[in-house]
Design a protein around this ligand. Structure first.
Ligand code: DGY
Length: 332
């Protein structure tokens, strides 16, 4: 039997789950950059030249330069909920629809936010290091004292899907919840989650844990910096599993080092994969390598959504799910 050759080519910029590739292979020719690190920019710009569709990650900037290098490009599907690496206006102007993967990672990211919060509050990583180093000499009433989580105040900056899922878990810990967001979800949600809307400064002042769940955009870059750390309690713990540049990382290092705040749990960094000088040496910071959505189930589902949206639009001529720039379709 002759192998059917598919007319359209998809550039996939990283190794992704096998099942996602199998779905794409049923409809397209694939150009797969099957590595565990980001495709170099120059290679991306050269390989995208012959691509009809792009399945990319948050490590690839999709901007005017990339679009100019990709004359055949008809669609971009990003294997992420975040879209800060994509110039949506430029894609729309070119009539290139962009899809992302909201919804499927909400609960997984909320779980991980809690992993960071609990680890930072209860010094789990320091304890792990002590055990492995052979330094544990037996139970001691004053060893590695952390701070309680139950009954404390959790401040959520951003109260969308993930912020609300984090709040739902906080109910089990009997926490008081305050949130700050320009969009208020309505009384029913506030009541269910026992969450009170607060001004930004008030939230920083009253919270024992401040957790960031907002998008990265021009209005949120360095939203939390030296002035904001100055408003927080000296015992406060900052959690960021959203985007690194929302926090001024040099100011965070200074605040952690001086005891201006108590601790931090970070999954994202301002210049990822690099960290600000000094951060790695601070024992009161729990540091994870952008793992919030990294469960087997969720990463498979994110990949399935991204692949399916390419199949829907490019192979089946359907409107894809989770279109971030619907106006792009009106142009084509
Ligand atoms: C996203 O999807 O935007 C996350 O940062 C990775 O899961």
């Amino acid at each position: 039997m002759r192998r059917q050759s598919h007319p359209l080519k998809i550039l996939v910029t990283r190794r992704i789950p096998e099942a996602n590739l199998a779905l794409l292979k049923r409809h397209f020719r694939l150009d797969l950059y099957a590595h565990s690190t980001a495709i170099p920019r120059r290679l991306l710009l050269s390989r995208v030249r012959s691509a009809d569709g792009l399945l990319c990650l948050l490590t690839e900037r999709v901007d005017a330069e990339l679009l100019a290098a990709a004359p055949r490009l008809k669609m971009v599907a990003t294997f992420s909920v975040g879209l800060d690496h994509v110039d949506l206006a430029a894609c729309t102007a070119r009539g290139v629809p962009v899809t992302h993967t909201p919804g499927v990672l909400t609960e997984t990211c909320a779980d991980f936010t809690w992993a960071l919060l609990l680890a930072a509050a209860r010094r789990v990583v320091e304890g792990d290091r002590l055990m492995r180093s052979g330094g544990y000499a037996g139970w001691d009433p004053l060893m590695l004292l952390g701070t309680d989580v139950h009954g404390k105040t959790l401040g959520l900056i951003g109260f969308g899907r993930i912020g609300q899922a984090v709040a739902r878990r906080a109910l089990g810990f009997g926490m008081k919840i305050v949130y700050h967001d320009l969009y208020r979800p309505g009384r029913a949600v506030e009541k269910e989650l026992k969450a009170r809307h607060a001004g930004f400064r008030e939230l920083l002042k009253v919270s024992d844990f401040v957790s960031v769940h907002t998008d990265l955009g021009p209005g949120t870059r360095h939203l939390i910096g030296r002035r904001e750390f100055g408003l927080m309690k000296p015992s406060a713990v900052l959690i960021n599993a959203a985007r690194g540049p929302i926090v001024d990382e040099a100011a965070l290092v200074a605040a952690l080092r001086s005891g201006r705040i108590g601790g931090a749990g970070l999954d994202v960094y301002e210049r990822e994969p690099k960290m600000a000088p000094g951060l790695a040496a601070l024992p009161n910071a729990v540091l994870a390598p952008h793992l919030a959505s990294a469960s087997l189930e969720t990463r498979s589902e994110m990949g399935r959504l991204a692949a399916q949206s390419l199949v829907d639009f490019l192979a089946l001529g359907r409107r894809p799910l989770h279109l971030a720039n619907p106006k792009a379709l009106k142009r084509s």
